[in-house]
Ligand binder design. Structure first.
Ligand SMILES: Cc1cc2nc3c(=O)[nH]c(=O)nc-3n(C[C@H](O)[C@H](O)[C@H](O)COP(=O)(O)OP(=O)(O)OC[C@H]3O[C@@H](n4cnc5c(N)ncnc54)[C@H](O)[C@@H]3O)c2cc1C
Length: 380
């Protein structure tokens, strides 16, 4: 057993961090306050091989696997999780094309994502159903060679900036709920699509989030991803992979909270002594550090197992659950350690505190992870 990263992964880690440190700080505050999505930054990241690193080289990616992608996600999230999301989630939804799509779909849709030319979105959640994936209502009806789609999607990352999305739709209503869904590729400029950017998010405000309405949206049946009626199962597997990335976001943000706090407690004097010399402070730093080490173990191991073709989806759910908790925990302590300054937007920790909460919500709330883990534990 060897816990060391390979030289290649260490280089990737350094490169991703340097990219974020060089590119993010100058735009971070503005993108957060003005809710600004930067296409140029995403393109620059693509030029540095940071987009779609999990995608094999034959489809334009870096072939760095899920572990490589998790490491990139971690490093970008150390500097700004919202800006980092715009980079790592530019391929969001593309995972299902890679896993279940035809060779033609993979060749058509994946390379432009990696090159930074296009952006994907995964359109699953609906206004009245998020956690209850089987409760989605968007309908795709066959007409001639097309599907005609009607319905509404909610909270879609990249919703107004994407070029295409992979949407979960009911295609087989006559089947039992879980066998009634299919994933369909929908070009974002298809007539009948309305996109509304959602403003006023608590955190990750640099990322684009939108509600999307489909009104008689017509796409070729050739845009079906994989087999009709398999959409629910495909989506469950998709989340099993992408949850590792959310856990990696949590890892990066938590590390940033700890590093910044350590720096601060050395500089700040209270009662005539450095803040870090007091045991209560040391306890906070220690609790953060222990959680971060445990989280790193979960993230890297879950990612490695996927790369080795031996995925452990419960481990991925554990990583996502523990990641969200760790990030919220570390961000909270980081704000506390910074005292009143931690509450002011001149200091990054207040932003990280706001950003952290989404990690307990999207791609399965922490309650949804508990349901997944709790169910599996009883079948082992
Ligand atoms: C910024 C942002 C970006 C997002 N990006 C995307 C995206 O790109 N694509 C996409 O499809 N979706 C996206 N989402 C949606 C996100 O995944 C959902 O919001 C999330 O899954 C929860 O669904 P919901 O909001 O409908 O909450 P609900 O499902 O209504 O849940 C409300 C509360 O009830 C709890 N709950 C639900 N069921 C149970 C139960 N059985 N027992 C106990 N408690 C339960 C939940 O955990 C939650 O606490 C995004 C959301 C946000 C905020």
């Amino acid at each position: 057993m060897d816990f060391e990263l390979t030289e290649e992964l260490k280089m990737l880690k350094d490169m991703a961090y340097k990219f974020a440190k060089t590119e993010f700080p100058a735009v971070s505050h503005e993108c957060d306050t003005a809710e600004k999505y930067l296409h140029d930054l995403r393109k620059k990241a693509a030029a540095n091989g940071l987009i779609g690193a999990w995608i094999p080289e034959q489809y334009g990616g870096a072939g760095a696997g899920i572990l490589g992608n998790a490491i990139i996600t971690e490093e970008l999230s150390k500097v700004d999780m919202g800006l980092g999301l715009n980079i790592v989630a530019a391929t969001f939804g593309g995972e299902t094309i890679f896993q279940y799509g035809s060779e033609e779909q993979k060749k058509t849709y994946l390379p432009p994502l990696c090159a930074g030319e296009k952006v994907c979105a995964g359109a699953y959640t609906e206004p009245n159903a998020g956690t209850d994936v089987a409760g989605y209502k968007t309908r795709a009806v066959k007409e001639g060679n097309d599907y005609v789609i009607n319905g509404n999607k909610m909270f879609i990352t990249n919703g107004t900036v994407c070029d295409f999305m992979v949407a979960q739709c009911i295609t087989n209503p006559q089947e039992k709920k879980h066998n009634s869904f299919s994933l369909i590729i929908v070009p974002a400029d298809t007539p009948g699509i309305t996109k509304n950017k959602i403003h006023g998010k608590m955190g990750i405000r640099a990322s684009d989030t939108a509600e999307i309405a489909f009104e008689d949206v017509r796409v070729p049946q050739a845009n079906l991803v994989g087999k009709e009626g398999h959409g629910f199962q495909q989506l469950m597997h998709f989340f099993d992979t992408t949850r590792v990335m959310v856990a990696a976001q949590a890892l990066g943000l938590s590390e940033a909270c700890l590093e910044t706090s350590i720096k601060y407690v050395k500089e700040r004097t209270v009662f005539g002594a450095p803040l870090g010399s007091f045991q209560i402070t040391q306890m906070k730093l220690t609790e953060m550090a222990i959680r971060i080490e445990a989280l790193r173990g979960l993230v890297y191991r879950a990612a490695c197992l996927i790369d080795q073709g031996r995925p452990d989806y419960t481990l991925a759910a554990m990583g996502k659950f523990f990641g969200g908790q760790t990030a919220v925990f570390c961000a909270n302590y980081a704000v506390e350690i910074h005292g009143g300054y931690g509450y002011i937007d001149e200091y990054d920790v207040q932003k990280w505190y706001r950003d952290a909460k989404i990690l307990e919500l999207y791609e399965g709330t922490k309650e949804a992870e508990i349901m997944t883990i709790g169910r599996v534990l009883q079948t082992r």
